[in-house]
Design a protein around this ligand. Structure first.
Ligand code: ZN
Length: 148
């Protein structure tokens, strides 16, 4: 079973607890933390206690998902909130876990001209924005194109 990393570099802030796990080592990949209903099989992200499909309570178990996905749709953000480096690509990623789960995510390491719907993406962990008050990087999950 994976453990959530609890110690971080001093100049980084985690965007929110309980969203993802870091790779265990260099050969590993990060994963998102979702929930799967033991009754109907529905998978959701972020994790929650109540099943949105069958309304069952206390049947959700934690699952690690989102290693890969495909680009469902995207936009280029040119005017951002304070702390964001613009322009950046914001996309909806359809996870490849075969469970119809979509997540909103920054798409990094790409030229918007090279993006196309359905392209394969891999989960990565990195800077989402800068915390304006402290100047520290806020770390979260993002996706990047898989290049052959
Ligand atoms: Zn359910």
């Amino acid at each position: 079973m994976r453990k959530e990393k609890t110690a971080f570099i001093e100049d980084e802030i985690l965007i929110r607890e309980g969203l993802f796990v870091f790779p265990r080592d260099e050969s590993d990949t990060p994963r998102l933390i979702g929930s799967q209903c033991k009754k109907c099989g529905e998978v959701v992200f972020p994790k929650r206690n109540l099943c949105v499909m069958c309304d069952a309570d206390e049947v959700m178990e934690e699952v690690f998902i989102g290693e890969h996905g495909t680009l469902h749709t995207y936009t280029v953000v040119r005017i951002g909130y304070e702390g964001f480096d613009v322009p950046y690509v914001l996309g909806v990623v359809e996870l490849s876990d075969g469970k119809d789960v979509h997540v909103l995510s920054q798409i990094e390491d790409c030229d918007p001209e090279d993006l196309h719907l359905g392209m394969r993406l891999a989960l990565t962990i990195g800077k989402i924005k800068k915390d304006v008050a402290t100047g520290k990087d806020i770390i979260g999950y993002k996706y990047r194109p898989i290049r052959q």
